[in-house]
Design a protein around this ligand. Structure first.
Ligand code: ADP
Ligand code: ZN
Length: 750
């Protein structure tokens, strides 16, 4: 057995590998600074352990009575009594952190104003990193014939012959051969089957870039070639890959993945939604012959540890993941794809507030990698960066094959007769009925989960609010409960009004996806309905199965929330009806127009993905609204230019800088006092020409019992805002249970 840490600890032979050099070696007893994941404001000094250690080594150090993990960040500062400095306990058996990763964490931390210990925690999100290397037994084909041949024994040998040189665990092998484990053990005793020890964390099978190459269309080939140049050169560059849904963006960036693998570098594909990964993995397998590593919250702990380790050792070539995959310790990352780059879920909204799209660009620029931002409806940020020449812009203009973009039409709801408590207009109803007759699918889209957004008492007008939050409870009939969409609190639907005590007076107001389903069932009693809302499925797998069944024709009408807008393929779908196209325009969010435009285009793009032509109908009370009109006209460039002009005039992102400050406390006076003090002592901000607005109660003024106050900081584009922000908030000590979060480039303002 190897000594724990033997591989990455003392051995000088590791010089040169993992980006560490001779200068980065610390002899036993030398002072090293160890950055831990503990909430301290600096790295601490320790003595290098027996045998020495490298910069970047993952180590375990004593901290008070505890042992904590950390990373050797550099030479010690030497400003602490040497006699009291303790040695590093041990070096962990994982590849050391590369310099570029350390740089990335430091710079991402500076950008988001996050302390290094919190950044390091993001980079160590795998369990069991400090466990000694564990082994497991596997079985492969040995030599000779068994003393006595039986049916069962024959099957074991056949399985091993079928799979060439591969080895399997006892469980795998006996299951595959359909025998009990004693059969395998019996063969092992005779040497016909060989028993071996291998490390538990196995490398991933290699992907074959030439396994199933596609013939690309002309503009797909042009786009792939344009990206190849940067990959070949092994340098940093960002490409905005724009094309309508179905134009083949995925095909094109899989080519970039293939080129990256041919260069011997690793690739990372970020997806906005876990539910999309299963479909995507199948696609990768069809293209490269085997499945890649998959990283997100639904992956088991052992698999997480395996991926984390293998990525660092080069035993995983391609990772498909959620935004946190950006913090995996890639050995040689050559490409990052951010699919649906405009998607708001790339912004982490609690803990460390970072935008994975922007951090992907930062990481790539540090490790000389290429970034591909793919979208049918890019964010204005990326659009502006392409306009400014910072990003290369590639366009896929037509849909693959016969399909064409759906026709878009507005339904003017002012001219429609819709009964109270109903939301489907007669025009939309007719179109859906026609589709049902033709055996085609329709999608009714409403971006609201649950049955009704508000429950109101008809007698006294009381709205049922969450006790913890300043938000109405949403009725979920499926769960038979009221749910707070802010904190997740639920309670049974009361029989009597909690305010006036009258019974049977509570009534739902407004539509949600469940209520729309009820209406559809009444309008089309013969039709097969499918409701797609994230909260109606127990797991990503169940959702995936539901989606597959629908795609295969298992429903006539799909009723869905935002979930359906994201990348699923429904070949029989030819009609999309948007129940309330105005919904997103009501907010005061600076991106309201952009979001509505993107969402409506994405949803409409679900129709007519194969040979049949699609139609998208948008119900609206304001068909003359500029955003609704540009959606109808399909004039994307026009929309972006107009939106860019407005933001430029207002000096807001991407043409100005913004930061949100969110203060929260159970004590309302305390948050306002601190908010006012921040607004008064704005010297550090004024010094760089930045302005502060507020404090104001946040739109959701209370969440989970904490009162919330916001301030907004605005500055010119060129200003280095972070140091000024740090100095500004650094003037205050946070007392009691008050929390202060700084949100750089805020995406949501709730
Ligand atoms: P997007 O990512 O832009 O939505 P996809 O890459 O998913 O588009 O392509 C849409 C569909 O067309 C997929 O089923 C894909 O396999 C198919 N497709 C696109 N380009 C090609 C091609 N060059 N050869 C074969 N099939 C293609
Ligand atoms: Zn709540």
């Amino acid at each position: 057995m190897r000594r724990p840490g033997a591989r990455y600890g003392a051995a000088r032979r590791f010089s040169g590998e993992h980006g560490v050099t001779e200068q980065d070696f610390f002899e036993e007893g030398a002072l090293v600074a160890v950055q831990t994941t503990q909430p301290l404001d600096r790295a601490l000094d320790y003595k290098a352990p027996e045998g020495g250690c490298f910069r970047g080594a993952f180590v375990e150090v004593p901290l008070g009575p505890r042992k904590v993990p950390g990373v050797v960040w550099g030479p010690g500062r030497g400003d602490y009594d040497r006699a009291k400095i303790r040695p590093v306990n041990r070096v962990l058996d994982v590849a050391p952190m590369r310099r570029e990763m350390a740089d990335f964490l430091e710079r991402a931390g500076e950008y988001t104003l996050t302390p290094l210990h919190a950044m390091l925690r993001l980079a160590m999100r795998a369990p069991g990193l400090s466990d000694p290397p564990s082994m497991r037994k596997v079985f492969r084909l040995g030599e000779g014939e068994p003393d006595r041949q039986t049916e069962a024994r024959k099957r074991v040998i056949e399985v091993l012959q079928d799979y060439g040189g591969l080895a399997f665990t006892l469980k795998e092998l006996s299951e595959m051969a359909g025998v009990t484990s004693s059969v395998v053990k019996g063969l092992a005793k005779q040497g016909v089957v060989r028993e071996e020890d291998t490390p538990r964390d196995m490398p991933f099978p290699r992907l074959d870039p030439d396994y199933a190459k596609r013939d690309l269309t002309e503009d797909q080939a042009v786009a792939a070639a344009a990206m190849r140049a940067g990959i070949e050169a092994g340098r940093y560059g960002t490409t905005l890959l724009r094309g309508v849904t179905g134009s083949g963006k995925t095909e094109v960036y899989l080519e970039a993945v293939a080129d990256t693998l041919r260069k011997g570098r690793q690739a990372l594909v970020l997806l906005p939604e876990i539910a999309l990964t299963a479909e995507f993995l199948t696609r990768v397998e069809a293209r490269f012959g085997t499945k890649p590593a998959e990283w997100h919250s639904g992956v088991t702990m052992t698999e997480r540890r395996r991926i984390w380790k293998m990525v660092g050792q080069g035993g995983a070539e391609l990772v498909i993941g959620a935004r946190s995959a950006l913090f995996l310790p890639f050995r040689d990352l050559g490409l990052i794809v951010v699919d649906e780059e405009h998607d708001t879920s790339y912004k982490q909204e609690d803990g460390v507030l970072y935008n994975a799209r922007d951090m992907a660009v930062l990481r790539a620029s540090i490790c000389e990698a290429q970034v591909v931002l793919a979208s049918a409806t890019p964010s204005l940020e990326s659009w502006a960066n392409a306009e400014a020449g910072k990003y290369q812009r590639l366009e896929l203009t037509s849909r693959f094959g016969e399909a064409v973009l759906p026709e878009m039409r507005a339904i003017d709801m002012r001219a429609e007769e819709v009964p109270r408590g109903r939301w489907v207009s007669p025009t939309l109803q007719r179109e859906v009925s026609e589709r049902i007759e033709k055996g085609e699918q329709s999608l009714l889209f409403i971006n609201r989960r649950g049955y009704a957004p508000v429950t109101i008492c008809r007698a006294c007008g009381e709205k049922i609010n969450c006790d913890q939050c300043d938000a109405t409870m949403v009725e979920h009939r499926f769960l038979k409960r009221l749910v707070c969409h802010q904190c997740g609190e639920t309670k049974p639907i009361p029989e009597a009004c909690p305010a006036c005590g009258k019974e049977d007076t509570l009534a739902p107001v407004g539509p949600g996806v469940e209520r729309l389903a009820e209406e559809a069932a009444a309008l089309w009693p013969e039709a097969r309905l499918a409701v797609l809302s994230s909260d109606l499925f127990a797991s990503a797998r169940a959702l995936k199965e539901g989606i597959n069944a629908i795609a295969a024709g298992g429903a006539d009408i799909i009723i869905g929330t935002q979930l359906v807008a994201k990348g699923h393929n429904f070949p029989l779908l030819t009609l999309v009806g948007v129940i309330d196209a105005d919904l997103g325009l009501q907010g005061s969010d600076l991106r309201a127009a952009e979001r509505t435009f993107q969402l409506m285009r994405q949803v409409a793009g679900r129709a007519g993905r194969s040979e049949r032509k699609g139609l998208a109908l948008l119900q609206t009370f304001q068909p003359e609204h500029p955003v609704i009109r540009s959606i109808m006209a399909g004039d994307e460039e026009g929309f972006w230019s107009a939106e860019a002009r407005e933001r430029q005039a207002a000096g807001v992102p991407p043409y100005g800088r913004m930061a949100g400050i969110i203060l929260s406390s159970p004590d309302v006076q305390q948050v306002f006092d601190l908010g006012n003090a921040l607004a008064r002592q704005d010297g550090p901000l004024r010094a760089v020409g930045a302005q502060v607005y507020g404090p104001a109660p946040a739109p959701i003024a209370r969440i989970r019992g904490r009162h919330r106050v916001r301030l907004l900081v605005k500055a010119d584009k060129g200003v280095r805002l972070q140091p000024a922000l740090a100095e500004w908030v650094g003037q205050f000590r946070l007392k009691g249970d008050i929390r202060l979060a700084v949100d750089i480039d805020p995406q949501s303002f709730y």
